[in-house]
Design a binder for this molecule. Structure first.
Ligand SMILES: [Zn+2]
Length: 476
């Protein structure tokens, strides 16, 4: 009996707790609906307003390859972005993440604004808005439509080993630990290196200067045009200046400081260089990549009927790299295993991977870099096409392999397995559905790379691309 009466009390208690839980959940739900109205401030939106467009950046960066007194690896830099105002506005938004900005005047503002003609409006307030990763500049007056302005910032950041933005990679060679400063801006990490309009359609020309430790070399998208030894803040440094880039997206910017060595060749007037650790170059592990690059570049020049757009093509093998490779325009970065090939150790599969990945990245030098998506919701256009033509490019370099047959094995069946899951998603999303950086990153999956309609039918793909021409922006 006691047990029975005690059981009734338990059921009453459980029912009461269930009612409390349900009412709490409903209450929180109603509170959330009524207490968080859609954002009204422009800095609460993840997309930049359409009032300003960048024209050029002058960026100087100084990554330190030795730790400071606190044991931290850092970089310092300054940047001037010239932008054109399309519509009068009293608000300037730039992306900025995890940077420490210096104050630029006695009022403690984080930027200096100058007008190319006349006087710029006074700055009212500046701050870093972390949720949407913005540097916010409120003005007392307005910047005027049709006019150009320069916005200058000075900043420092950590050269951390997180594989994002300008980051640190380490390796051991001949018993010595060596540090490399390298970069991964794609898709939204340029903002972690310098304040910028970090959206793919916001293309501009980049003038890059790098200060680096004497004895190291610096590489970027453009060819090195001046290298001089100098002294800055009492320290001996080497200053490398690069030729200006083509008009391009922030996510394609690249920068590497290392003591690597290279192999070189020429494809027409284009300088071809394969960079890697000194020992890897001495042992000839970059030779296969060099041999493949020349015919693949020639193939894509014929295929697109457009000359290679740049004066040089650098490809570099990095000890620490998040993706398999990244198509930075003129300085393609790779995981070591994907660029280097050792005939004594590597398998045939390694060789096939090297050939197709090089072809994939070089295909982007035109499709993706010269012609670019307006927004990340159509990333399948970029990656699906590059994946498809990578087999065509590799086939030119290795015509006896029948490499095109591997499309069925490596792409079609791979994506069938993923597409059969409930977690699959449409190829193309609505632009407004892809907003936050993590939503953008999620799109780089097997669906975007390998599911492209009738996969092995290039003519169908080409016609679907021509139908999609409104979704890309072209700047030459
Ligand atoms: Zn790609």
């Amino acid at each position: 009996m006691v047990l029975c009466c005690g059981g009734k009390r338990v059921w009453v208690m459980l029912a009461t707790m269930a009612l409390v839980c349900v009412s709490t959940i409903v209450g929180l739900w109603v509170y959330q609906l009524t207490s968080f109205p859609p954002p009204t401030n422009k800095w609460d939106h993840y997309r930049l307003p359409d009032t300003l467009v960048p024209e050029r950046y002058d960026v100087a960066l100084w990554p330190r390859l030795d730790p400071d007194a606190d044991g931290l690896y850092i970089f310092t830099g300054h940047s001037t972005v010239r932008f054109r105002c399309l519509r009068d506005t009293n608000l300037i938004l730039l992306h900025c993440k995890q940077l420490k900005l210096s104050t630029m005047d006695s009022d403690g503002h984080l930027v200096k604004l100058t007008a190319l003609r006349g006087t710029p409006p006074a700055i009212r307030k500046t701050w870093l808005h972390e949720p949407t990763q913005y540097l916010v500049v409120q003005l007392n007056g307005v910047v005027k439509a049709g006019q150009d302005y320069d916005l200058h910032t000075e900043f420092s950041g950590e050269l951390s080993d997180d594989l994002e933005g300008l980051y640190r990679s380490e390796y051991t060679e001949d018993g010595v630990t060596k540090v490399v400063a390298t970069s991964q801006m794609h898709p939204t990490h340029a903002r972690k290196t310098f304040p910028c309009f970090d959206e793919p359609a916001m293309k501009a020309v980049f003038h890059i200067t790098v200060l680096h430790k004497p004895g190291t070399l610096a590489l970027s998208n453009g060819m090195e045009i001046a290298i001089e030894d100098t002294t800055v803040e009492g320290q001996a440094v080497t200053k490398t200046t690069f030729e200006p880039t083509k008009k391009m997206s922030t996510y394609l910017l690249a920068l590497v400081v290392s003591d690597f060595d290279h192999l070189a060749s020429l494809a027409g007037n284009t300088s071809i260089r394969i960079w890697a650790r000194k020992n890897a170059i001495i042992q000839g592990h970059g030779s296969y990549a060099l041999n493949v690059t020349v015919p693949v570049l020639k193939f894509f020049e014929d295929y697109y009927n457009i000359s290679y757009p740049l004066s040089k093509s650098d490809q570099i093998a990095l000890p620490d790299f998040y993706f398999g490779a990244m198509e930075n325009w003129g300085l393609v970065t790779y995981r070591e295993a994907n660029l280097l090939y050792d005939p004594d150790v590597s398998s045939n599969r390694n060789k096939e991977t090297t050939a197709t990945i090089i072809a994939h990245e070089l295909a982007h030098m035109w499709f993706g870099n010269l012609v670019t998506l307006k927004w990340w919701n159509e990333v399948w256009l970029n990656e699906g096409f590059a994946s498809y033509v990578s087999y065509l490019g590799a086939n030119r370099a290795e015509p006896t392999w029948n490499v095109k047959d591997l499309i069925v094995l490596d792409d079609v069946h791979r994506v069938f397995a993923v597409d059969a899951l409930a977690s699959s998603h449409p190829l193309s999303s609505k632009e407004e559905e892809i907003q936050r950086p993590e939503q953008i990153s999620e799109l780089f999956d097997a669906i975007s790379y390998s599911k492209r309609g009738p996969q092995s039918c290039g003519c169908c793909l080409t016609s679907s691309l021509s139908l999609c021409s409104s979704r890309v922006s072209k700047h030459i």
